[in-house]
Design a protein around this ligand. Structure first.
Ligand code: SF4
Length: 66
């Protein structure tokens, strides 16, 4: 298994976590909660160690670089 860098913390196993691998080899994590609530951060500060909206589940494949 490839190490995930940076460590996303809870986002890696949250239904709202979206891993985005850029063409330059960088990895970002986007939070889909932002789509439902624009006041919620789109790119949470990593690692997320505590989150009131964390819901454990499968992380869908990301849409790719934006
Ligand atoms: S809801 Fe919280 S834990 Fe889940 S992806 Fe967003 S910031 Fe990460």
């Amino acid at each position: 298994m490839t190490p995930v860098s940076p460590d996303p913390g809870l986002c890696a196993r949250c239904v709202s976590g979206r891993r985005i691998d850029s063409a330059r080899g960088s990895t970002f994590w986007r939070c889909a909660e932002h789509d439902r609530d624009p006041s919620w951060p789109k790119y949470p500060r990593l690692p997320v160690l505590r989150c009131a909206r964390f819901v454990a589940g499968e992380v869908p494949a990301g849409p790719g670089p934006e």
